[in-house]
Design a protein around this ligand. Structure first.
Ligand code: NDP
Length: 336
């Protein structure tokens, strides 16, 4: 069983010194246990957080432990009534970057492969990653027709969907992304009304002001840092900040100063709420149904960015941090 495990805590973007491969004998499932052969590994920025020894919403990954992640696979042995051999199953943030996982039957769910879409969609649009923007925007952002919605990391898995859901709800949508190509893509293909390239726009506060002449009612924040600071100065009174992620800060263990414009939360009567998508787990099926409806009607589209091969995993993970992924990043480790 090949595994990627944490050899040392990374400083900066993880590489193959920090995360190393090993081969271990395959564990057989004991009573009540289930063995899954992984087909796809989900590449999620949050995993970088667990590689550091910092307090968070999950325990840090221990040195020597297999890297924790979301995977989709097929059941190869089962001693549990919930799973049959041959079933496809998905586990969110509870399986590992490895060929075979002894899975937790409570935290993994059987998914169907006969629903008219590729089975890997259960790890992208119809998984927690796809449902993160759904619940964040609708429950926290509370979009109303005519609102201006600003989204950072707008060409990524979460951001690409956040803007489209906002559009469906009648918002004017502005996305922030790290290349001209991504900016064109989110406007031309995803229906964003405007885009800002944060790497070339110069003064970010000014760029947001120009792209959002009526101010910002909802900021869907995936990155935090200086973009959040610039957004705070453009928020309308009673605006909502959906605090979904802080990717600009995941690769440092140092204390991060700011947001410097924190006072604007008070001055503009803003609501800022962080969340973990799994908080809404009980409502995932209903959300999947609604998202499926939008896809079928052509209102919602999304992109997957699928790298091939177990060996590519660490290099693929690093792409989340240089911005070279577009849409949901995954590693396909075998057919099945
Ligand atoms: P993405 O597919 O959006 O990939 C990450 C993107 O972030 C990159 O493509 C890059 O795009 C951008 N980025 C990387 N570094 C920086 C930086 N320093 N400043 C600005 N942008 C940067 O990943 P996901 O969609 O999976 O995740 C997006 C965010 O959502 C993350 O913060 C993640 O932790 C969070 N998240 C939160 C969840 C929750 O439950 N709250 C669940 C899932 C994800 P670019 O080219 O534009 O720079």
């Amino acid at each position: 069983n090949r595994q990627w495990y944490l050899h040392s805590r990374p400083e900066g973007v993880p590489n193959e010194d920090d995360i190393r491969a090993r081969s271990v004998p395959l564990c057989r499932p004991g009573p009540g246990q289930v063995l899954m052969q992984n087909l796809f590994l989900s590449m999620d920025p949050g995993a970088r957080f667990w590689m550091s020894d910092r307090p968070g919403y999950m325990e840090p990954i221990a040195i020597g432990e297999t890297i924790r992640g979301s995977t989709l696979g097929r059941i190869v042995e089962s001693n549990h009534p919930k799973f049959k051999v041959g079933d496809y199953a998905v586990g969110i943030a509870c399986n590992g970057w490895e060929d075979y996982s002894l899975i937790d039957p409570e935290l993994n769910e059987v998914v169907r492969a006969d629903l008219g879409f590729p089975v890997n969609w259960h790890l992208s649009i119809f998984s927690a990653v796809g449902l993160t923007p759904y619940f964040g925007l609708l429950e926290i952002g509370k979009p109303k027709p005519g609102d201006t919605l600003l989204v950072s990391a707008a060409a990524g898995a979460v951001g690409s969907l956040a803007g489209q859901i906002g559009r469906i709800k009648g918002c004017r949508t502005v996305g922030i992304a790290g290349s001209d190509e991504k900016c064109r893509w989110i406007v031309d293909e995803l229906g964003y009304d405007a885009a800002i390239n944060y790497k070339t726009c110069g003064d970010m506060q000014q760029a947001i002001a120009e792209a959002c002449p009526d101010g910002v009612d909802i900021y869907f924040d995936n990155v935090a840092g200086s973009i959040l600071d610039a957004a705070l100065l453009n928020m309308n009174n009673f605006g909502r900040i959906v605090f979904c992620g802080a990717i600009s800060q995941y690769n440092t263990d140092d204390a991060v100063p700011g947001p410097y414009n924190y006072w604007q939360i008070l001055a503009r009567s803003l609501t800022v709420r962080g969340y973990i998508a799994l908080e809404f787990r009980d409502r995932f099926p209903q959300a999947v149904e609604e998202m499926r409806g939008w896809i079928d009607s052509g209102e919602l589209t999304f992109a997957e960015d699928i790298a091939e091969g177990f060996e590519s995993t660490v290099a693929t993970f690093a792409r989340l941090f240089d911005g070279s992924n577009k849409g949901k990043l995954m590693v396909k480790i075998r057919d099945g």
